[in-house]
Design a binder for this molecule. Structure first.
Ligand code: PGA
Length: 252
């Protein structure tokens, strides 16, 4: 079974409503025929309405960058999955390493957020990845397996089948230091093997595995040509319409 490539742009804390709308205008124009891949962008919360309105009928979906596990309540500053869904998001990023390292998300928090995403009817993009110290200590596979085990524990099969997993080695995020295609493929094959060992065959055959960490228009083709790399989660290079378009083009 062949998996449809999936390219997502994570705008992080960039692009307020006006700048986000301008970027969305460009994306709508440049991605008018991107039929070979699924494409999504994740603007900051305040820019969601502008981007969602602009990208209507463009085929480019919109994602939240994070969500709170609860539906509503006294959680100052937080946004729930239900709110993202009501705003018109289709996807949500869960467990990004910046949320883990800068905002204290633990594996348990990530698991709760993953369940909250499904409860809200959103499609989660679950981020996993090891730090440089963990890689140097030979623990990369174990760390990622542990993150997957906690996040996916008890998740029903129909939800696992809808998951996208983004492997984002922490040492490659925003550093300009990409994992080589061989390094990324090795981890992606490991993740698929992890899924194969625990779920029916349709799961490893269906679940899309994105690579993230300093993906650019020039290194995307090498990464995306690997058999177990089904897409990319792109940070910096998604802030320019042309480079994001080139990455999408490399996928199809
Ligand atoms: P980067 O970010 O492409 O700027 O390295 C990727 C990510 O954090 O998703």
């Amino acid at each position: 079974m062949s998996r449809r490539p999936f390219i997502a742009g994570n705008w992080k804390m960039n692009k307020g409503p006006r700048d986000a709308d301008a970027l969305a205008v460009e994306l709508k124009r440049l991605l008018a025929d991107h039929a070979a891949a699924d494409v999504a962008v994740a603007p900051p919360f305040v820019s969601l309405p502008a981007v969602i309105a602009r990208l209507q009928h463009s085929g480019v979906a919109v994602a939240g960058q994070d969500l709170h596990p609860e539906v509503s309540g006294a959680f100052t500053g937080a946004v729930s999955g239900e709110m993202l869904a009501q705003a018109g998001c289709r996807y949500v990023i869960v467990g990004h390493s910046e949320r883990r390292s800068l905002f204290g998300d633990t594996d348990a928090t990530v698991a709760a957020k993953l369940r909250a995403a499904y409860r809200a009817g959103l499609l989660p993009i679950l981020c996993v990845g090891e730090t440089l110290a963990q890689r140097d200590a030979g623990q990369a596979q174990d760390i990622v397996a542990g993150q997957l085990a906690t996040a996916l524990a008890g998740l029903p099969l129909d939800q696992v089948l809808q998951l996208t997993i983004a492997y984002e080695p922490v040492w490659a995020i925003g550093t300009g230091r990409t994992a080589s295609p061989a390094q990324a493929q090795e981890m992606h094959a490991g993740i698929r093997a992890w899924l194969s060992a625990r779920y029916p065959r349709e799961v490893p055959a269906t679940v899309r595995l994105q690579y993230g960490g300093s993906v650019t228009a020039s290194n995307a083709a090498g990464l995306l040509s690997q058999p177990d790399i089904d897409g990319a989660l792109v940070g910096g290079a998604s802030l320019t319409a042309e480079s994001f378009r080139d990455i999408v083009a490399a996928a199809g």
